[in-house]
Design a protein around this ligand. Structure first.
Ligand code: ADP
Ligand code: MG
Length: 313
């Protein structure tokens, strides 16, 4: 390398630091070598290193957003068994995580259902997918957030604390109905809901749809006002299913030979464990069994021909 080259290289390193282009700083020598060897035009070289800088920036941003989101580890849409919650389809959730319109207008998502039905899992997985799509999300147990806001109120900092949460496009309040007004000043929760109304979205999970919310807020008028704001622009999912873990435990006990119904209307397999509404007798025409070897559904006759271990319990 000539002295000029060495000087340029050292100077470039400083310039790229100054410009905050770390990926280009790291990658340019190897790209430059390839460009020289293959005779790339300068524009192609520049595009290649600029694209890397951009991709690296996106990766770092997502990493940062993930670190501050405090999502539940390991809860993704891929690990969520949609067949266990027949009232929610993967397509609906895919549309939610892809659609920007509801987040832009501050609409809400409400997930109701008994414990163990997958509300927190689904909420966290939605949060993760949104972060991957560039949004900022915070997952918090509602009781934790209420406590923090109460401290902020005591320190005369409530408004600023609520404003700071504005940087999250989606605030996930897990288990809202576990908050009780015995904890002093649950009106901070109402103030949060009011402040975000029609501006910033919330995803709320709760065991009870509204019936028990009188225990959360200090008085009936505030309860009604909070519900009114939350539901005004909201998609509500009622996940009235049995506990997933309990079903799994029962299934493990029952052993192989699981039975599913292949619904011709929906062209998917519905495990009878997960849907009491789909009874075998009402789906005589599309009765199928799940092959425990291939985990595919086959009409009973085809399956028994293919796989001897498949059996109806
Ligand atoms: P909830 O918040 O409704 O009480 P959770 O989301 O905490 O329920 O679910 C309890 C456990 O069962 C978690 O480990 C969760 O990952 C798992 N689980 C619940 N539903 C599903 C599902 N449909 N697919 C996969 N795992 C599930
Ligand atoms: Mg939960």
């Amino acid at each position: 390398m000539s002295t000029n080259n060495v000087t340029d290289t050292a100077r470039l390193s400083l310039l790229l630091n100054e410009l905050r282009l770390p990926a280009i700083k790291l990658l340019w020598p190897q790209f430059a070598e390839q460009a020289d060897n293959e005779g790339w035009p300068a524009a192609r070289f520049l595009v290649a290193i600029a694209e890397h800088e951009l991709a690296e920036r996106d990766r770092r941003r997502i990493e940062r957003h993930l670190a501050e989101a405090r999502l539940l580890p390991g809860k993704t849409l891929d690990t969520f068994a949609f067949e266990a919650v027949p009232m929610i389809s993967r397509a609906q959730i895919t549309a939610i995580v892809a659609g920007d319109a509801w987040l832009e207008k501050g609409a809400n998502l409400l997930l109701f259902g008994p414990p163990g039905g997958g509300k927190s899992h689904l909420a966290s997985a939605i949060g993760l997918a949104l972060i991957e799509n560039g949004w900022k999300v915070l997952f918090t147990r509602t009781t934790d957030l209420v406590q923090k806001l109460q401290v902020a109120r005591r320190e005369l900092d409530l408004e600023a604390a609520i404003n700071r949460l504005d940087r999250f496009h989606l605030l996930i309040l897990d288990d809202l109905a576990y908050v009780t007004k015995d904890q002093a000043e649950t009106s901070v929760l109402f103030e949060l809901i009011s402040a975000r109304y029609e501006r910033r979205s919330m995803l709320v999970t709760a065991n009870q749809p509204f019936g028990e919310w009188g225990k959360v807020f200090p008085d009936p008028a505030m309860t009604l006002a909070a519900i009114d704001r939350l539901v005004h622009h909201a998609t509500i999912f009622e996940m009235n299913v049995e506990s997933y873990r309990r079903r799994e435990a029962v299934e493990r006990k029952r052993g192989p030979g699981r039975r599913v119904i292949l619904c011709r209307k929906h062209h998917d397999c519905r495990d009878t464990r997960f849907s009491s509404r789909l009874s075998r007798s009402s789906h005589q025409d599309c009765r199928a069994i799940l092959c425990t070897v291939s985990f595919e559904c086959w009409p009973a006759r085809a399956c028994s021909a293919r796989c001897e271990t498949a059996s109806l319990p």
